[in-house]
Design a protein around this ligand. Sequence first.
Ligand SMILES: C=C1C[C@]23C[C@H]1CC[C@H]2[C@@]12CCC[C@@](C)(C(=O)O1)[C@H]2[C@@H]3C(=O)O
Ligand SMILES: O=C(O)CCC(=O)C(=O)O
Ligand SMILES: [Fe+2]
Length: 367
Amino acid sequence: MPSRVSDAIKPHKHVLDITSLKELPESHAWSSLDSPSSNNPPTAADSSVSESVPVIDLDDPNAQELVGHACKTWGAFQVKNHGIETNLLDRIESTGKSLFSLPTHQKLKAARAADGVSGYGVARISSFFSKLMWSEGFTILGSPLEHARQLWPDDYNHFCGVIEEYDKEMQKLAGRLMGLMLGSLGIAQEDVDWAGPNKEGAAAIQLNSYPACPDPDRAMGLAAHTDSTLLTILYQNNTSGLQVFRDASGWVTVPPVPGALVVNIGDLLHILSNGSYPSVLHRAVVNRTQQRLSVAYLYGPPSDVQISPLSKLLDPTHPPLYRPVTWTEYLGAKAKHFNEALSSVQLCIPRTGLVNQNTVENRVEII
Ligand SMILES: C=C1C[C@]23C[C@H]1CC[C@H]2[C@@]12CCC[C@@](C)(C(=O)O1)[C@H]2[C@@H]3C(=O)O
Ligand SMILES: O=C(O)CCC(=O)C(=O)O
Ligand SMILES: [Fe+2]
């Protein structure tokens, strides 16, 4: 039993304060099997040279078709001419940098509560791994005011202002992207009652910092996961680190393209599209010399709305593959099952010959 409060919080402090370490501690050294350097299939080295996620100009007259194709084949793409001003991206980057460069004891004043979502801390998925990730994060769900006050007692308005503006602009872009994605499936955005152009989805903002790392091949910035969103819009600074997994190629780096934003499909769009737009497994690796900063805009439906495969995409040969879930319910499934969350809401289709297949109802059943 620690005899002093300071002893009790020591391990916590040590875990989070990785910025100045000269050597990789055992707590952060991933075994060779799941470290970033070792799990590429053999073909990856050849294919990664020639292929990466598509970069789409949203002003292109074929943007809808290009987006649809990217969603089906990659589950991710980058967008240019997205309408978010460079100046706002610069401001969110510098505000993120100033947050992560605060002293650890200051950041811990805004630590995420054990049962909470918002605040400073390690990635939520950390509990599924025995090793720690080489990153720190700050999650914003709802108003950032309380946490901003704890971080900058004398000047919290600046941070709140930038976040509010970022949220507003990203909300618009997310709506526009949803329109293109649905449109490419032959569905008008207005036909999805919660997704119309003037409707507002729910969203979280996640600031991630990956400090320079003394042994990047054995460290993991953010372990492989899919997002529990409809879509995620990611701003990454000029430092590479994001990788997406593709069956044929293994881990493929998504290089920073100046001014571009990365879009990736989350599990709820996978469900909504009945698997036409698969959510993409992605991770962040780290490097020896540069701090990397990323800002994820995690976009989902209003929290009380049930998401299920769109009826327009269903017919007797395409039965629904997933049961209805709300975002809140799905986040619970993610917290419990992590990367098996999607299969936990999957409907089971019995094999031919085992059951009466006359009706759609008989073909699907909840596991
Ligand atoms: C709205 C969301 C989505 C969350 C949970 C909550 C707030 C923070 C998001 C992330 C951000 C980092 C990866 C992830 C996997 C994590 O650990 O926290 C995400 C998770 C999810 O997509 O499941
Ligand atoms: O930092 C990155 O590139 C990835 C971040 C991410 O996947 C997330 O915040 O969900
Ligand atoms: Fe992610």
